[in-house]
Design a protein around this ligand. Structure first.
Ligand SMILES: Nc1ncnc2c1ncn2[C@@H]1O[C@H](COP(=O)(O)OP(=O)(O)OP(=O)(O)O)[C@@H](O)[C@H]1O
Ligand SMILES: [Mg+2]
Length: 311
């Protein structure tokens, strides 16, 4: 294993859209709030060491600017200079559950991607976490330009890169034809079970099978691929000096699951924080599962500040 990286003050940029979700609950109740990369940002701000600064790089409408600042106010280690006001307004998404409790998601305001010029000031940072909240948060050309110029670690959460958008804004699962090209330009890839099955093009069920799709993704270029398995923890496949290592990490035991929203985002925040310190995918997977497990016990973004009580 490589020696730990000596860093006291790190700079981490989080790239992706901050969107506004309206959720129709099964009981008729309606919830509305901002989300998207704010989960990554808030959890990173909680778990990062003192001295680390988090820079969201995003686009949001003027209508939601004050609400966003309010949600980020508890975190003095978050710097909002990378967030730009989008003249098209805030990205808006509505979520409801149909009669068979299947999630029906519709994009009601689809805003333009984050251009390279907006990411450029951050390419020299220690790490860039790219999370696909919409699916076209950045273009492949932008990602390639980031790779060409970046000196830091590039971490990509596949997330909604696997959600297509039809003419009416409805979202549907799909496998992008050029997925290998997207994943080839980053160092670490995270995906959940559904995304792993979509990329594999077949149903997969066991840790060994998830490690198999992890190896397929490694072959495209990244050094580490993680499949998050919800309540079953995660499978991490890493390659060093041509040799693959698989680590099956158990989940954090959780007494009472309150809300699993943003678990994948919390996982990424935990992994990145530990990996930047220790350069060790096993230790990073452990902290990631701990962070995501704690996130399950908190009721959404407004309670993320309670992470501090658990450390
Ligand atoms: N019920 C649970 N108990 C313990 N940990 C959990 C549970 N559900 C999720 N987790 C933790 O959260 C991590 C990520 O979960 P999951 O695979 O559902 O991500 P995701 O689908 O990307 O989430 P998101 O909704 O944020 O996109 C898991 O690897 C695990 O550590
Ligand atoms: Mg996810």
């Amino acid at each position: 294993m490589n020696p730990p990286i000596e860093h006291s003050a790190l700079s981490i940029a989080v790239i992706g859209i901050i969107n506004h979700d309206t959720i129709q609950m099964a009981n008729g109740e309606e919830l509305q709030d901002l989300g998207g990369i704010l989960y990554n940002v808030a959890v990173l701000a909680n778990v990062a060491d003192a001295g680390t600064t988090i820079y969201p790089v995003s686009r949001i409408g003027r209508d939601c600017w004050d609400r966003m600042l309010h949600l980020l106010r508890p975190y003095p280690n978050v710097d909002t200079r990378g967030i730009v006001i989008a003249p098209e307004g805030t990205s808006r998404n509505s979520i409801r559950y149909d009669a068979s409790m299947e999630k029906v998601e519709r994009l009601t305001n689809h805003i333009a991607p984050i251009p390279f010029t907006q990411v450029e000031p951050f390419v020299g940072y220690d790490a860039l976490l790219i999370n696909f909240i919409i699916g076209d948060d950045v273009s492949l050309d932008t990602l390639r330009a980031v790779r060409a110029r970046s000196t830091g670690l590039l971490y990509l959460d596949v997330h909604n890169l696997c959600l297509g958008i039809d003419a009416d804004g409805y979202r549907f699962h799909h496998r992008p034809d050029d997925w290998r090209e997207w994943l080839s330009v980053v160092d670490i890839v995270q995906m959940n079970e559904v995304e792993a099955c979509l990329l594999a093009g077949r149903p997969i069920h066991t840790d060994d099978e998830f490690a198999g799709i992890g190896r397929e993704v490694l072959a495209a270029g990244p050094a580490i691929v993680i499949v998050t398995r919800g309540r079953q923890g995660s499978v991490t496949v890493s390659r060093r000096a041509g040799a693959d290592t698989v680590f099956v990490c158990p989940p954090e035991p959780v007494d009472r699951v309150v809300d699993t929203t943003g678990c994948g985002d919390a996982f990424a925040a935990g992994f990145l924080t530990e990996y930047l310190k220790m350069n060790d995918p096993v230790a990073a997977s452990r902290l990631a599962n701990w962070t995501a497990g704690v996130n399950c016990t908190l009721a959404g973004l407004k309670e993320v500040g309670r992470f501090r009580n658990h450390r």
